[in-house]
Design a protein around this ligand. Structure first.
Ligand SMILES: [Zn+2]
Length: 220
């Protein structure tokens, strides 16, 4: 099977009125959806500066899933943007980012967890809701558990890699309405944690809704 998306068949512009799926994920909440091969998942940062923690799994075999390490290796670049092939843990292309109005997305910093929040922000954050809990809820809908959570993509999250190799988490750069379009190269389960973190500058200290749309160019 040819895993490489056919770029010549890409829609030039996707008409929002022709989306086959359109849902607004409330602030703080998890979401999952099925995106079929050839369909496009659009993620819209409705109000801007919202971290959208995202994972992809092969629908046919969920042991094949997004690999941040293989994606960085495949690109030879640390950020996700237009043209980035999102790789699986066994070296297949899961999807390709075909449009991006923001320009740069993190896939190094991982999802926030209660443990990481204590280290970053202090002990008073121990019982705050985190992306890891959202992912556990999201994946339980597909028979998966905590052990299935792997390092993710943080769409719209601004995590500069400093010259000494450390990650900085700073103010988000996405504006209201910024979006990414992701073309599925195989049938996928997509899981999103709309990050609930209130201590994080790249979330604007204020989690906000994101909108997901699915387009099927074959029928649009
Ligand atoms: Zn988070």
């Amino acid at each position: 099977m040819n895993q490489r998306p056919n770029f010549s068949a890409l829609p030039v512009a996707l008409d929002p009125a022709k989306a086959i799926y359109d849902f607004t994920i409330p602030a703080n909440q998890p979401w999952t959806g099925i995106v079929r091969r050839g369909q496009v998942l659009r993620i819209i940062d409705v109000e801007g500066q919202q971290a959208v923690d995202t994972l992809f799994y092969s629908l046919a075999d969920t042991s094949e899933r997004y690999s941040a390490q293989d994606t960085i290796l495949e690109q030879g670049a640390p950020y996700v943007t237009t043209g980035t092939r999102l790789m699986s843990n066994i070296g297949n292309v899961l999807a390709t980012v075909v449009a991006d109005t923001c320009g740069r997305h993190d896939t190094s910093a991982g999802a926030c967890s209660c443990e990481a929040n204590i280290v970053r922000f202090g002990h008073h954050t121990k019982y705050m809701h985190a992306c890891r809990e959202n992912f556990i809820v999201a994946m339980s809908r597909h028979g998966m558990t905590k052990r299935d959570i792997v390092p993710n993509i943080n769409f719209f999250m601004n995590v500069p890699i400093e010259p000494d190799g450390k990650l900085a988490i700073v103010d988000g750069v996405s504006r209201p309405g910024d979006h990414v379009d992701i073309l599925a190269a195989m049938d996928l389960i997509s899981a999103i944690s709309n990050c609930p973190q209130v201590n994080n500058p790249c979330n604007g200290f204020n989690p906000t809704p994101v909108r997901v749309m699915i387009f099927d160019p074959a029928i649009a």
